[in-house]
Every structure is written in C-alpha cells, then in structure tokens.
Design a protein. Structure first.
Lengths: 116, 108
C-alpha cells in the first residue's frame, strides 16, 4: 500500500533554514508528481509546492515563492522541501502527498515551529 | 485563483441526525471537487472525489452531489465518529493549482 513518511520538522528561529524529507513507497514513485501541503495550527489546508515526476517542473505557492525549494531523488524515492528565511507564519504541520488532482494518500505530517 | 467557500463554518448536531454541508466555488470547477474529513491530530482523509464518487472504504451514509459552483456533502444518520472538520477541494485547474475551502466543523 502507498506510504508517505515525512521527517525533518522541529523548532527553528525566524530567518533560519530547515529541510523536510518525505520517503515514499507502495507505488511507482518515478511516474508521479509529488507535492507538499501545510496546515497552520487550527487553520485550513494550504498547498505549498509541487514537482513533476521527473523534476523538470516545479511550482510554488505565493506565500513561499523564492524561499522554499522542492526537489526529488527518484533513485531513493524521496522528495524534499528546503525551507529558507523561515517566518513565524510558516509554523505548520507539513504534509507530503502524491501529485494527484484529489489526494487519496497523505503522510502523517511533520510539525515545523518557527519561533524565537 | 478559484476561491472555495464553505458554510456553515460550524454545525452543532446530535448523533442520528442528517447533516448537509455546503461548498461553493468562485467559478465553475465542473465535477472536479473532493471532500475530506479531518479529526484532531490526524491527516485529512479523502471521502469523495469527482463530486459524488465515494472512496471504497467510506461508509454509504456519506454522499456528495453538485457540479459547477455548488456542491453538498450529506451525512445521513450521523455517527459519533463523524464529528470532525470537513474540507472541500477543487482540482479543476490541476496540475497547476488547486484550492481548499476553509472547512466546516461538525460537532455536538
């Protein structure tokens, strides 16, 4: 079955960087786009970034454009999110998901807290 | 960007009741609409896609309807495990973008 396992979350000061990783299994990873979404505490869901199946195209939400970078390693079945210049408002649970129109598979999420 | 609106924001109900949640898109999304259920501390769970197609393991008391800009999720005979937040999501403009509604909380 499809499994998505996020890691790398933690507490970080504003302006610092953090790198999240997602390990995927149970499907042909190299055939699917991947994405990151996030959910701030007590808030709704926000799409963050997406990457094409071969890494050729990357898209970002307006709130993270220029600060976050999505990448993937098809040999390791992983997708990463490099987060730079973090802000307090980036505090959220970050979810990895396969790039389907709707989202049948979710990871458990990893919590990122940006605080001084 | 397509903006999704959900109403009501909160619905207070009792077990056994029938509830209807509404979702509206700022422009037509055809039938490219999904519904999710989220319980505290858990990732969202896909319930409905294509506006009305129920995911295999979702109980039959959940049903979705609508197309274009107006959609509903109906939960017949509400069970205690159904108390949660429900989100709608449009994917009409996928793969370039998709958007979620703000959610409806169903509580006691």
């Amino acid at each position: 079955q499809v499994q998505l396992v996020e890691s790398g979350g933690g507490v970080v000061q504003p302006g610092r960087s953090l790198r999240l990783s997602c390990a995927a299994s149970g499907f042909n990873f190299g055939n699917h786009g991947m994405q990151w979404l996030r959910q701030a505490p007590g808030k709704g869901l926000e799409w963050v970034a997406a990457i094409w199946y071969d890494g050729s195209n990357k898209y970002y939400g307006d709130s993270v454009k220029g600060r976050f970078t999505i990448s993937r390693d098809n040999s390791k079945n992983t997708v990463d999110l490099q987060m730079n210049s973090l802000r307090v408002e980036d505090t959220a649970v970050y979810y990895c998901a396969r790039r389907d129109g709707y989202i049948p598979y979710w990871g458990q999420g990893t919590l990122v807290t940006v605080s001084s | 960007e397509i903006v999704m609106t959900q109403f009501p924001a909160t619905l207070s109900v009792s077990p056994g009741e029938r509830v209807t949640l509404s979702c509206r898109a700022s422009q037509s999304v055809s039938s490219n609409l999904a519904w999710y259920q989220q319980k505290p501390g858990q990732a969202p769970r896909l319930l409905i896609y294509g506006a009305s197609t129920r995911v295999a393991d979702v109980p039959a008391r959940f049903s979705g309807s609508g197309s274009g800009t107006e959609f509903t999720l109906t939960i017949a005979d509400l069970q205690s495990e159904d108390f949660a937040v429900y989100y709608c999501q449009q994917y009409d403009k996928w793969p370039f973008s998709f958007t979620f509604g703000p959610g409806t909380t169903v509580d006691i």
